[in-house]
Design a binder for this molecule. Structure first.
Ligand code: SPV
Ligand code: MG
Length: 439
């Protein structure tokens, strides 16, 4: 190391790209090596850059920045806004880039190739110290997740995700088991890691789970206590479907319970009277709330909530109740002015036109807020087309429940028909699989 120090003058420029979530001796080894080649600039990956290839870091950008800045091997720190190094490299034109050799394989392989290509333009070199074995941030992070996250850490995640991802993908979860599926499932496609970003606590599936109708017969208290098993085994954010939020006088207690549990967002809908699920064709007897009275609910929640990161989503039912685009836009603007952080626009049409028309207009309005869509009936619509039209959060609102129910019926029928269970074996998980799932 010392020889190298003499060999390469301090004037040489060295660049290190880091996520630097959980620092360990592997990082220190990289930084120390980098320092031995010259003046070190760390490109600290922003949340959005990290979200392109893996889970959001545990620590925020500014927390990570303040830790790194105090390390003696770091001379400068700049944000790296994309996974691709090119923009920062072209600005700095470093003589060296230093990265652990673990990126030769896996999801960063292409990023590495581009770094080598870019460095060629000014004859820069890539230095790849041997990856420090048996230690990685991901291992440490997994350990942290095993012991759970603090409610406030989980709570703040949805806002961070919305700020750092093009689209936030949420799936309905009604039990701890569905929770761990959402928590752990990843699919790698075209150098991108696809996963669900959070969980939707649905009034429809929470009621169905208890064999009750979706008309608020299951009260908030039992729905919130039902969340607790899910909270025990997951770290991803939860969005809570609170129907119309109930009486304005009771809202402070509901918000307090949700925040205490670590729920990230509440969605309240602008309907009054006996609640009916929005996807029922017959909405007879269901009335839309007045803008004034619904805005009062919004401002009450704004006033009583504790955390700035707890997000209030106002759900607009204009299309569900046969009103038009103008009514939906008028309400979105009013609810946004009243303090809603997010706007959910609902539709029970088979086509996405209502959602597209609304989102195209509202996403450009000066009172615009991130838009949530729930593509249950317009399920042919791809995520990319929703995003193109201005949607930022997509909730698959009932699909875990809807997939498990027919599977259970099929098994039960099969046993009755054959008067033994052998014929079901091919369609169901083995006992071993179940035992090994939960260790
Ligand atoms: C739910 O999942 O309970 C919802 C969405 O509120 S919907 O069923 O479409 O009304
Ligand atoms: Mg509901």
């Amino acid at each position: 190391m010392k020889n190298k120090k003499k060999l390469f003058s301090k004037e040489k420029k060295v660049y290190v790209g880091f996520a630097a979530d959980i620092l360990h001796e592997g990082h220190m080894n990289i930084l120390k090596t980098a320092k031995s080649y010259g003046n070190v600039t760390v490109g600290l990956l922003t949340d959005s850059a990290i979200a392109q290839y893996r889970k959001l870091p545990h620590l925020t950008y500014s927390q990570r920045e303040s830790v790194l800045k105090s390390i003696k091997y770091v001379d400068h720190l700049v944000p790296q806004k994309t996974l691709d190094y090119s923009e920062n490299l072209k600005k700095l034109k470093p003589d060296f880039v230093v990265h652990g050799d673990d990126w030769k394989q896996g999801i960063l392989k292409k990023t590495r190739e581009k770094v080598i290509q870019t460095l060629k333009e000014w004859k820069g070199k890539l230095i790849e110290p041997k990856y420090t074995k048996n230690i990685s941030s991901s291992n440490i992070r997994d350990k942290i997740y095993e012991t759970g996250v603090a409610p406030s850490t989980r709570l703040s995640k949805l806002k961070r995700l919305i700020n750092s991802k093009k689209v936030v993908r949420v799936l309905e979860s009604h039990s701890a088991l569905t929770g761990i599926i959402i928590e752990n499932l990843v699919s790698q496609q075209n150098q991108q890691l696809l996963e669900f970003d959070g969980m939707w606590s649905s009034s429809l599936t929470d009621s169905t789970l208890r064999a009750k109708p979706d008309n608020q017969s299951v009260d908030y208290a039992s729905r919130i206590s039902g969340l607790s098993d899910m909270l025990d085994v997951t770290t991803k954010p939860i969005i809570f479907d609170a129907d119309n939020g109930g009486r304005v006088e009771h809202l402070p207690f509901l918000i307090k319970s949700l925040e205490r549990a670590g729920v990230s967002s509440i969605i309240i809908e602008d309907k009054v009277g006996l609640k009916k699920n929005s996807l029922f064709n017959n909405q007879k007897g269901v009335k839309q709330d007045s803008i004034k009275s619904f805005s009062k609910k919004i401002s009450t929640i704004k006033k009583v909530k504790n955390s700035n990161d707890f997000l209030l989503a106002a759900r607009i039912e204009s299309f569900i109740l046969g009103k038009g685009l103008d009514d939906a836009i008028k309400r979105a603007i009013a609810y946004s002015k009243a303090g809603a952080d997010l706007i959910m626009i609902h539709s029970k049409s088979k086509k996405p036109n209502e959602i597209f028309n609304f989102s195209r207009i509202f996403s450009k309005n000066k009172y615009s807020k991130p838009i949530i869509a729930v593509p249950s009936t317009y399920s042919k619509t791809y995520e990319k087309d929703l995003v193109k039209n201005g949607v930022r959060v997509i909730i698959y609102a009932n699909h875990m429940m809807r997939s498990s129910y027919p599977a259970m019926i099929k098994t039960a029928k099969n046993i009755l028909k054959n008067q033994r269970s052998y014929e079901t074996e091919k369609d169901i998980a083995s006992v071993k699989e179940m035992i090994e799932l939960i260790k």
